[in-house]
Design a protein around this ligand. Structure first.
Ligand code: FAD
Length: 512
């Protein structure tokens, strides 16, 4: 049954967590109207994620938010530091968690991973979204019904305060409604994988632990003293910390975990710290570890992003970052199709490109030692096959030169040839197409990108390469460049052949 809509919007997004906010920002920045609804009126005050990956920081940098986000975080290296107590951090040892160090980051990225609590990152995203004209935000409203019809989706949105319902018609619905997604349930999409790998407790507290660890400033501390065994994580400025412990680490197991009080938790924290610090426990709650992947990320015009599509345990700290990367990927692809720049088949590439990366992170988080990972391996997954970062002679990153459309990088020798080829490609396109910007790099930056002679590199807005063009033979002119460029633009916009998993650059990076 299709009801008369009270509202019509191109994209309706259920959930204003990291996945929903990122999807909405990507759409709204591209000028595509969207409505985000979230059943909560206030964001969760529990920090949850604290690890913000290299690629996430690159996305936030592209939106001009990186400094604001870094300002609420703490300066710490992302290593897992094992010690008997925090007071004895100097006797501990470190292991890689898959994030590059400050020095390694400077080689591969214009930014670096950050240590920022999720509860302080989300308001920054929300404020940015609210500043964008194309976005509408409704807090305290839930999606309670979903029905698809030819050419769109009908959702029932219920206001938590008044209980009133509204029918919203959208071209697309995005289920960004978290691990227990009601959108996913409405679509009849199942989850595969364990939903109760472990049960733990996470407590937010304040205590001057930085004074204890001194120069050993890290993102994760594993403390081995049995009376305080657990994990300590910095969770923002002002000596704000998280303490986490598993049921198996307690002599009384799950019964002891269930019986923990603020006082008992404070005692464990003191023992783990190795000093009488009188920690102030602000809040605590249980965390159930799951490692699950949805059977599919899409049904018809409805998409799943973030925890609605995949649930990771906190091991490896990939949940929020995967959610943000999903939102960015789906956001620009929806924007392109809704603006008529790409064929609807472009949307098939969302699951094809995101699923292998999500699967990798889910599998990693299921491993008991999933927090540990080699930097090179995880960086490849996090960067997902994007073009290399290199500083131009003018002091900008190659990643800074990308826009909402396609970018064609050339070396000085090829600029004129590719300007002409781009003009010919645009002239030959009879339907709306994404802008095609030709960027002539200085010779050294071009070499760093692998652009040689009068060759060129075509890049999507998400920094994925969409076509490599080798240097031409002597006498090659713009005509010889126009044909392969035209074909690459057609492929990037799914105008002639849909992107499949076999062609996906993100998948290729995962397989490499
Ligand atoms: C203890 C803990 C530690 C973690 N540590 C890390 C870490 O270090 N690094 C990391 O990357 N990740 C970490 N994570 C995971 C991370 O918190 C999640 O993966 C992330 O929040 C997922 O974002 P999301 O937007 O998909 O979902 P959520 O953040 O769950 O957001 C979903 C939103 O949808 C709303 N909603 C639900 N149903 C409806 C509905 N029907 N209609 C409208 N709105 C609805 C909810 O109110 C919520 O705001 C951790 C998680 C936990 C629990």
């Amino acid at each position: 049954m299709i009801l008369t809509p009270h509202r019509t919007v191109p994209v309706l997004i259920a959930g204003a967590g990291p996945a929903g906010l990122t999807t909405a920002i990507s759409l709204a920045r591209a000028g595509v109207a969207c409505m985000v609804v979230d059943r909560r009126t206030e964001r969760s005050a529990h920090p949850r994620a604290t690890g913000v990956s290299t690629r996430t920081m690159e996305l936030l940098r592209a939106w001009g938010l990186d400094q604001e986000i870094r300002d609420v975080g703490v300066d710490a290296e992302w290593r897992l530091w094992t010690c008997e107590t925090l007071a004895r951090a100097a006797d501990g040892s470190g292991q890689e968690v898959g994030y590059p160090s400050h020095e390694q980051s400077a080689v591969v990225s214009p930014t670096a991973p950050a240590c920022v609590p999720q509860d302080q990152l989300e308001p920054i995203l929300l404020r940015h979204l609210a500043s964008l004209e194309a976005a509408q935000i409704r807090l305290g409203a839930s999606v309670v019904g979903v029905e698809q019809f030819d050419g769109g989706v009908q959702a029932i949105v219920r206001d938590a305060g008044s209980g009133e319902t509204q029918v919203v018609h959208a071209r697309h619905l995005v289920g960004a409604d978290g691990a227990h997604s009601s959108v996913r349930d409405a679509l009849g999409i199942g989850m595969h994988g364990p939903d109760r790998l472990a049960v733990g407790l996470s407590a937010l507290f304040h205590a001057p632990l930085w004074e204890l660890v001194g120069a050993h400033r890290y993102g994760i501390y594993v403390v081995s003293d049995p009376a305080g065994a657990g994990v300590f994580l910095p969770a923002g400025r002002g000596d704000r910390w998280l303490y986490a412990v598993h049921a198996e680490q307690l002599p009384g197991g799950i019964d002891e975990l269930n019986a923990l009080t603020s006082e008992r938790i404070a005692q464990r924290i003191e023992r783990g710290a190795g000093a009488p610090l009188r920690p102030r426990v602000q809040r605590f709650g249980q965390v159930v570890f799951a490692a699950q992947l949805a059977e599919r990320f899409r049904r018809g015009d409805v998409f799943l992003v973030g925890d609605a599509a995949h649930r990771t345990s906190p091991r490896g700290g990939t949940g929020m970052n995967t959610a943000i990367a999903d939102g960015r990927d789906l956001g620009w692809k929806l924007a392109w199709t809704l603006r008529g720049w790409a064929a609807p088949e472009l949307l098939d590439s969302y699951e094809a490109e995101r699923r292998p990366l999500a699967e990798h992170n889910v599998t990693r988080s299921a491993r008991p030692d999933g927090s540990l990972a080699e930097v090179g391996q995880e960086l490849r997954v996090d960067l997902g096959g994007r073009i290399p970062h290199a500083w131009t002679a003018a002091g900008r990153s190659t990643l800074d030169l990308l826009g909402d459309g396609l970018t064609l990088f050339t070396a000085p020798d090829g600029e004129r040839r590719w300007q002409a080829a781009a003009a010919a490609t645009s002239a030959a396109t009879t339907h709306p197409a994404p802008p095609l910007a030709v960027r002539a790099l200085d010779a050294v930056t071009a070499a760093a990108l692998g652009v040689r002679g009068d060759g060129a590199l075509l890049v999507r807005p998400d920094a994925q390469p969409a076509g490599w063009f080798p240097p031409g033979d002597d006498g090659d002119d713009a005509d010889s460049a126009a044909q392969p460029l035209h074909a690459a633009v057609a492929a990037a916009t799914a105008a002639e052949r849909p992107a499949t998993s076999a062609q996906s650059p993100a998948l290729a990076a995962r397989r490499a």
